[in-house]
Design a protein around this ligand. Structure first.
Ligand code: PLP
Length: 376
């Protein structure tokens, strides 16, 4: 569009000042530095190793949801190189992807079991579904007789798996088909003193004692409850990725967000949507290129900080779709980027600030970040 009169000349001058391509006015010829998500594969390996060494039996690796958002294509092979031979994913599609990544050999277990229509993929990718119901059991032995499977039992969480009565009815038939694994999942393992842990342990034992089949009950929290909960196989997830309840985990993810622009605002001036923040004193505001479309929750605006080295910078006003505004008044020099995740603030600190858990922060990490992997 050509602007009338001096408007066009003014726009052309601005374009050349900012080096804009007149054909695509909103894109710079020199692309803005992209937000950088750096994932430390050596830390993931060390965290898995620590949890595996603590387990009395074997440790699997849970890599559902694209390796908790960190990239199954890199996380899977790193864990295999560290010695993991059994993997868990949530769904068949994830298992197919993981098989492509790992090649033949490692056991890939599907927590969601054998869903309708998945038989070909389960067979072709050599996946092992954890059967969750009589229906799934029938579907599996009918479609893929002789194909390996495990059984997921519900020991009290009431989420997934066969309940005690269902299992009692099916147990002899299922055991005659030689399941690879009997497993269950703990509801309250991140609260070591919760009575539910002992209750589920007792229930799981009652359902599985004397079967002679390898058993698995513990995810990260269950591993930390101690050897009573370990059985033959543990299933760590979040602890490998640096999250609570594994307090000794090495941090895995670093997220640096570029500063696009800096401005000084005077007392009385507002920043961002809804005039949600108003300056009371002269304030230097940096605008950051990332927002809720990148998984940075709007709720972070209330209590959140980004970090410049050892200095924390408060988020001002609202988190927008692609932008965040932060207070950089105290910085002597504004750096090129500020950290949301780094040495001063891990996934659980961010999670606490918005009333959620590290799992959600990790799996919510957006697709627009430039991802780099270290320690491979
Ligand atoms: C997600 C999941 C795990 C891993 O749990 P973490 O708490 O991340 O260690 C293990 N088992 C089941 C059934 C799961 O759904």
């Amino acid at each position: 569009m050509t602007l009338p009169g001096s408007g066009q000349a003014q726009l052309d001058r601005r374009r050349s000042a900012f080096d804009l391509d007149p054909g695509t006015a909103s894109y710079s010829k020199h692309p803005m530095a992209q937000a950088q998500l750096s994932i430390d594969l050596a830390a993931i390996r060390a965290n898995w190793r620590a949890l595996a060494d603590f387990s009395t039996g074997e440790a699997a690796a849970v890599v559902k949801a694209n390796g908790y958002g960190l990239g199954i294509g890199r996380v899977g092979p790193a864990l295999a190189a560290e010695g993991a031979r059994r993997f868990f994913v949530a769904m068949t599609d994830e298992g197919v992807t993981l098989r492509r990544v790992l090649g033949p050999g490692p056991e890939i277990n599907i927590l969601g079991g054998h869903m309708a229509g998945d038989a070909d993929q389960i067979r072709d990718a050599d996946l092992t579904p954890m059967l969750n119901s009589i229906d799934q059991m029938l579907r599996h032995v009918e479609a893929l007789p002789g194909h390996p499977f495990g059984v997921q039992l519900d020991s009290g969480m009431n989420r997934l798996g066969m309940e005690p009565a269902e299992w009692a009815a099916l147990r002899d038939i299922a055991l005659a088909q030689s399941p690879r694994l009997l497993m269950s999942h703990l509801a309250c393992a991140d609260e070591p003193d919760h009575g539910m842990n002992a209750f589920q342990l007792r229930t799981f034992r009652e359902m599985t004692d004397g079967t002679g089949v390898p058993r698995s009950l513990a995810a990260t929290g269950g591993i930390l409850l101690g050897p009573d909960y370990h059985f033959e196989l543990t299933r760590p997830g979040i602890g490998m990725y640096g999250g609570m309840p594994f307090a000794d985990a090495l941090p895995v993810a670093t997220l640096a967000l570029p500063v696009i622009q800096t401005r000084d605002v005077s007392p009385g001036e507002a920043v961002g949507y809804g005039n949600a923040w108003v300056a009371r004193v002269p304030t230097r505001v940096a605008t950051i290129s990332a927002g809720y479309a990148d998984g940075i929750h709007r709720a972070l605006a209330a209590k959140g900080y980004l970090w410049a080295g050892n200095s924390r910078c408060k988020i001002l006003g609202r988190v927008s779709m692609d932008l965040i505004t932060v207070d950089v008044t105290a910085l002597e020099q504004v750096p090129d980027a500020l950290h949301l995740l780094g040495p001063k603030q891990g996934v659980d600190a961010v999670a606490d600030a918005i009333g959620t858990i590290g799992y959600e922060v990790l799996t919510g990490l957006g697709s627009r970040y430039a991802r780099t992997y270290t320690g491979a």
